[in-house]
Design a protein around this ligand. Structure first.
Ligand code: G3P
Length: 219
């Protein structure tokens, strides 16, 4: 399972990268806005800065909603760096844009997936990734992890090459459940990635080891 960080914050990306476990980054317009990034030049420079920090895929989302605009933006984003994956929403124009971009060998991440049917259309159009938003489904009394399982199963059954990128992950149990469900990628906030380290028995065990070592050294 690949681990992406879901942020546009360069410090957090550097921190995850320094742990040596990072396979890529996903961003979206809200995450970019949260970092105060706006204006075409700043946005482009920010994506380039992210690509310099990590070695893996970096999802950069289009803002246009019309087909022509999506493909124009997608081509500009893809030309920025070989690591860029163009993120496109699962609308009718988005599916057409994914079909076009994939025919030009531009990799895409189809975002805002909330149903198996949407994932099917994205896979048929040639998306590299589909991003089901599991936290937002959970927020709406629907089991997000169940959707991951459903999509993984039908992609495997029919041999789709599109990877399932579990997004809108909120906490460590989401990550574990996505592992069990067979997600190819989990994109997580840094807090959830670091949360995987936490166990009280690890802290107790380490404290005991160090105390025993100190005691033996005094003898
Ligand atoms: O990158 C998209 C996604 O992960 C958004 O997460 O927490 O805003 O639902 P969230």
């Amino acid at each position: 399972m690949k681990f992406f960080i879901d942020t546009a914050n360069l410090e957090q990306i550097k921190e995850a990268q320094a742990m040596g476990i990072l396979d890529g980054v996903t961003t979206n317009p809200s995450l970019m806005a949260k970092e105060g990034i706006s204006g075409e030049e700043n946005v482009i420079n920010h994506y380039k800065a992210i690509c310099e920090i990590v070695e893996g895929d970096v999802s950069a989302e289009v803002i246009s909603t019309d087909y022509e605009g999506m493909i124009k933006e997608g081509e500009i984003l893809a030309a920025l760096h070989p690591q860029i994956v163009v993120k496109v929403p699962v609308t009718e124009n988005g599916i057409k844009a994914i079909k076009y971009l994939s025919s030009k060998n531009i990799r895409t991440n189809c975002t805002l997936i909330f149903s198996a049917g949407q994932a099917l259309l994205a896979a048929k159009a040639g998306a590299t990734y589909v991003s089901p938003f599991i936290g937002r489904l959970d927020d709406n009394s629907t089991d997000g992890v169940e959707l991951i399982k459903q999509i993984v199963d039908f992609f495997n059954y029919y041999g789709f090459e599109t990877e399932v990128l579990a997004a809108s992950i909120r906490h460590t149990m989401h990550i574990i459940k996505c592992l069990e469900a067979g997600a190819d990628v989990a994109t997580c906030p840094l807090s959830a990635i670091k949360g995987l380290l936490k166990h009280p028995l690890t802290d107790i065990g380490l404290a005991q080891f160090l105390a025993d070592h100190a005691k033996a050294a005094k003898k």
